[in-house]
Design a protein around this ligand. Structure first.
Ligand code: SF4
Length: 254
């Protein structure tokens, strides 16, 4: 039935505040379960690609990886972590030498400052240990919600979704969990991903985005979920199930 409701930005007098409805996932529960079942067969034990030797070096590696590739970060941190794998050793090394180790990484000056500042805070406020809660992690300089979620997942085994550029793109492109901001996408993914797949979902989605559902040209012909995928820009002719997409989901994917 045609929706003839006029659009108005002005709420009628006395109207209660309404929640703005967000576009919903274009997939049924069964389809979402099937998507993650296939990812789980394709990569039974998905691993992050940032090299680290303990929770501290993981925090540093993730903080350094903003706007940089994992391979580029690994190249720099191998030598750095060989001499400084604790906050105390990082402080002893000092900002100038940290900067030398990481100078091949973008924004290295600022990042070296943050590595020293977060090491200082770990020593002063957390007894040199990496805290295990998101609230505490985000108090560390250079650590935002995304970094905290990666650390909680990879270092402490908590099921979190750290929405990076790949996950944000896939969630919107295939209309799995459309959202305008990483926080919105994170909240929706946490809602729609079945609990038993949640722990690995973060890595499955990142690896799928990095190697198959790429930003410029998704490689749909070798995608394990091509027959389920409802992305408007799917490039192969495996038909998707006939389910109409909500217009907001299409808009979000463009
Ligand atoms: S079919 Fe294409 S667009 Fe859909 S998830 Fe796979 S690679 Fe991405």
């Amino acid at each position: 039935m045609k929706n003839t409701k006029p659009k108005s930005k002005v709420a009628p007098a006395g109207a209660a505040k309404r929640r703005v409805s967000r576009p919903r996932s274009a997939y049924s529960k069964d389809e979402i379960r099937e998507i993650f079942r296939r990812f789980s067969i394709q990569r039974p034990e998905p691993k992050g690609e940032l090299e680290h030797v303990n929770p501290f070096t993981l925090v540093v590696a993730v903080a350094l990886s903003a706007q940089a590739t994992d391979a580029g970060v690994n190249k720099a941190t191998r030598a750095l972590f060989a001499v400084a794998d604790t906050p105390e050793k990082m402080l002893a090394l000092g900002e100038d030498r940290v900067r030398d180790y990481i100078k091949t990484i973008g924004l290295f000056r600022n990042k070296a400052k943050n590595v020293i500042a977060l090491s200082r805070k770990l020593v002063d406020d957390f007894g040199g240990e990496v805290p295990r809660s998101r609230e505490e992690l985000v108090t560390l300089p250079g650590v935002g919600r995304k970094t905290a979620n990666v650390v909680l997942s990879m270092a402490f085994g908590q099921a979190t979704i750290a929405v990076d550029t790949h996950i944000f793109r896939i969630a919107n492109r295939i209309c799995l969990a459309p959202g305008k901001t990483p926080d919105e996408v994170e909240a929706r993914l946490m809602q729609v991903i079945p609990d038993d797949y949640l722990y690995h979902a973060h890595h499955w989605l990142i690896l799928h985005g990095r190697y198959v559902c790429k930003a410029r040209k998704p490689e749909c012909e070798r995608c394990v979920i091509a027959d389920i995928c409802k992305a408007p820009e799917k490039t192969c002719d495996i038909p998707a199930p006939l389910v109409e997409l909500p217009p907001q989901a299409i808009a979000a994917a463009q």
